[in-house]
Ligand binder design. Structure first.
Ligand SMILES: Cc1cc2nc3c(=O)[nH]c(=O)nc-3n(C[C@H](O)[C@H](O)[C@H](O)COP(=O)(O)OP(=O)(O)OC[C@H]3O[C@@H](n4cnc5c(N)ncnc54)[C@H](O)[C@@H]3O)c2cc1C
Length: 485
C-alpha cells in the first residue's frame, strides 16, 4: 500500500484516555477482596495448636496461578494429589489475561499462541479454544509502502513474488529456508540446550544481510522477545523459529485468557484461592513448610510447596535463598488499542504489520478483528499496536499522538483519522531477560519439598511456563516417591 500525505488534526480531547500499569500485580486486588476458603485440610484440627501456629494443613501448596502454576496443579490433579493453588490477583492467568470492555476483547499486551508449542499441544483442547489464524508471514512497512514476507510452504505464490523485494536479498530468503531445515532437524531439547550466542550473532553468523536483520528480524523477533537488539539467546530463537515453522500463529476466539481459563476449568474449583498473596514461607520447620498469606492466614504443607511466581517475587519470598537472582533489565512493552468502524479498516488480511524503517516507536501492529472478528462488537474493528519498552517518561497522550502520527504515514491520514483510542497497557514485566548465558532446563528443586517454576526456568514462552510447571510437580512427586516419573 502506498502512503498518502494528508494532514490530520489530532485533538487530545478526541481520546478518552485510560491506562493500566502492571508493574506489580498487587494493583489488581480489589479493595475489599477476601480469600475464598478451601476445604483441603488433610489432617484433623489440633486442639493443642497455639493461635500463632499455622492451622490449615493441606496437600501441596502451589503459589501463583499463571500458566506454570496451572500446569503444576494439572499434573498433581492427574495423580490425585490434593493441592491448593494460591493466586495473589483476582483471576488466574498471570501475564496471560484479557479484559472485556464495551464488547471489545483486549488482551493485556500483544500475545500470540503458536499451535506447535509441544507442551501446549498435550495440555490444551485447541478445538474448544476455537483458534483464529494469522497469515503465515508479515507485511513490512519500508520505503513508503508495505512488502510481503511469506512462508513459502503456506503461501508459495506470495513468497515467490516477494523474492526480490527490498526486505532482504534473494540469498537472505534462501537462508531462511536453510534455517528452517536446520531447526526442524533437531529436537526441542537439542535446540534449548545447544551452544548459545545472542540471536543477532547467530543470524549474522548464518550470513543474513543487515537489511533483512533491520527490516524483518528486528521487528518480528524483537516483537516476540521485546528485544529489538536481538540479544536474547539463540536457543530461544531456534525454539520459536521451529514452532513457527511447524504451527500457526493464532488467537483464541474469546481472547488469550481462554488458555489459562481452560486449564483452570479442569481443576477442582475449591482448590483455587484467588486474592491470596503469599508473603513468606518458612521451610526450616520440621513439621512441613508453612506459607503465610497477606491476609494473616497461614497454611502448612506436609507434601511440598511449588512456587510458580515471577523470579523476582520468588527471590523476595525465599529471602535470598534462591541459587540465582533475576537478571535485569526485564522486557517491557506498551500495547495500545483503538477502535474504528468495521468498514473503515484499510486492509482485510489477518496479517501482522512490522516497522521495517529502523526508526519510530511502533514496532508492530495488526487489525485484531481481521484475525478474530469476535474481538470487537458487530460493525466495529479493533486495532492493536505494540511498542517495545515502557516509555516511562512519556505521557499517555503523547504516546497516543505519536502512534497515530506514525501509523498515518503507514496507512494514510484519512484511514487513521477516525480511530478512537480505547486503552493502553504499559507492561513493566513482560518477560525475563533471557540473554546468554542461560539455562533453559533449570532444576526446579530448591530443596526436597520446595520447588520453583515459571518461564524464567525454561523458555520465556507460554510453552516454557507450562513445561516448567509440569517439571516442578514431577520433581515433587518423585521426591515423595508418589509416582515414577
Ligand atoms: C505482553 C506479553 C506478551 C507476551 N507474548 C507472548 C507470546 O506471544 N507468546 C508466548 O509464548 N509468550 C508470550 N508472553 C510470555 C508468556 O506470557 C509468559 O512467559 C508466561 O505467561 C509466564 O507464565 P508464568 O506462569 O511463568 O508466570 P506469570 O504469568 O507471571 O504467573 C505468575 C503468577 O503468580 C502470581 N503471584 C506472584 N506473586 C505472588 C504471591 N506472592 N502470592 C501469590 N501469587 C503470586 C501472579 O499474580 C501471577 O498470576 C508474553 C507476555 C506478555 C506480558
Amino acid at each position: 500500500m502506498s502512503v498518502t500525505a494528508l494532514s490530520f488534526p489530532l485533538s487530545s480531547s478526541a481520546f478518552p484516555f485510560s491506562s493500566i500499569t502492571f508493574k506489580r500485580f498487587k494493583s489488581l486486588k480489589p479493595p475489599n477482596a477476601t480469600s475464598q476458603q478451601v476445604s483441603l485440610d488433610s489432617s484433623p484440627p489440633n486442639e493443642n495448636q497455639s493461635p500463632s501456629q499455622p492451622s490449615n494443613k493441606t496437600g501441596v501448596i502451589v503459589v501463583g496461578a499463571g500458566l506454570a502454576g496451572l500446569a503444576a496443579a494439572t499434573r498433581l490433579q492427574a495423580e490425585n494429589i490434593p493441592f491448593v493453588l494460591l493466586e495473589a490477583s483476582d483471576a488466574v492467568g498471570g501475564r496471560v489475561r484479557t479484559d472485556f470492555v464495551d464488547g471489545f476483547t483486549l488482551d493485556r499486551g500483544f500475545q500470540i499462541f503458536i499451535t506447535a508449542y509441544p507442551e501446549a499441544r498435550k495440555l490444551l483442547d485447541y478445538d474448544a479454544l476455537d483458534l483464529q489464524r494469522f497469515y503465515s508471514g508479515a507485511q513490512v512497512f519500508y520505503g513508503g509502502r508495505f512488502h510481503t514476507v511469506a512462508d513459502p510452504l503456506r503461501h508459495f505464490t506470495d513468497a515467490l513474488q516477494s523474492l526480490t523485494n527490498p526486505i532482504g536479498t534473494v540469498i537472505d530468503k534462501l537462508l531462511i529456508a536453510l534455517t528452517r531445515i536446520r531447526v526442524l532437524s533437531q529436537s526441542d531439547y537439542e535446540l534449548l540446550t545447544a551452544n548459545e550466542v545472542k540471536t543477532i550473532e547467530l543470524l549474522r553468523g548464518i550470513g543474513f544481510s543487515e537489511s533483512i536483520l533491520d527490516r524483518f528480524f528486528r521487528p518480528f523477533f524483537g516483537g516476540i522477545f521485546f528485544d529489538r537488539e536481538l540479544e536474547t539467546t539463540s536457543r530461544l530463537f531456534d525454539f520459536v523459529f521451529r514452532c513457527l515453522a511447524l504451527g500457526d500463529n493464532t488467537l483464541p476466539k474469546n481472547g488469550i485468557s481462554a488458555i489459562p481459563e481452560q486449564l483452570a476449568a479442569k481443576l477442582n474449583p475449591s482448590s483455587i484461592m484467588l486474592n491470596s498473596r503469599v508473603i513468606s514461607i518458612d521451610y526450616q520447620s520440621e513439621q512441613g513448610i508453612a506459607v503465610s498469606l497477606e491476609s494473616g492466614e497461614s497454611l502448612r504443607s506436609d507434601l511440598g510447596v511449588i512456587l510458580a511466581i515471577e523470579e523476582f517475587e520468588a527471590a523476595n519470598i525465599l529471602a535470598g535463598k534462591m541459587v540465582t537472582q533475576a537478571k535485569s533489565p526485564v522486557r517491557s512493552t506498551v500495547c495500545l488499542y483503538f477502535s474504528v468502524d468495521g468498514d473503515k479498516v484499510p486492509v482485510k488480511d489477518p496479517v501482522l504489520f512490522l516497522n521495517g524503517l529502523g526508526r519510530g516507536i511502533v514496532n508492530n501492529m495488526f487489525f485484531a478483528t481481521n484475525v478474530a472478528p469476535s474481538y470487537a462488537p458487530p460493525g466495529k474493528a479493533l486495532v492493536s499496536v505494540s511498542l517495545i519498552g515502557m516509555y516511562d517518561g512519556v505521557a499517555d497522550e503523547d504516546l497516543v499522538e505519536r502512534v497515530v502520527k506514525e501509523l498515518s504515514d503507514w496507512f494514510g491520514k484519512a484511514a487513521v483519522g477516525p480511530w478512537r483510542f480505547l486503552r493502553m497497557y504499559r507492561i513493566g514485566f513482560a518477560q525475563p531477560d533471557q540473554c546468554p548465558p542461560t539455562d533453559l532446563m533449570k532444576d526446579p528443586r530448591v530443596k526436597p519439598g520446595l520447588y520453583t517454576c515459571g518461564d524464567y526456568m525454561t523458555s520465556a514462552t507460554f510453552d516454557g511456563a507450562l513445561v516448567s510447571g509440569r517439571r516442578a510437580a514431577e520433581a515433587l512427586l518423585k521426591d515423595r516417591a508418589t509416582v515414577k516419573v
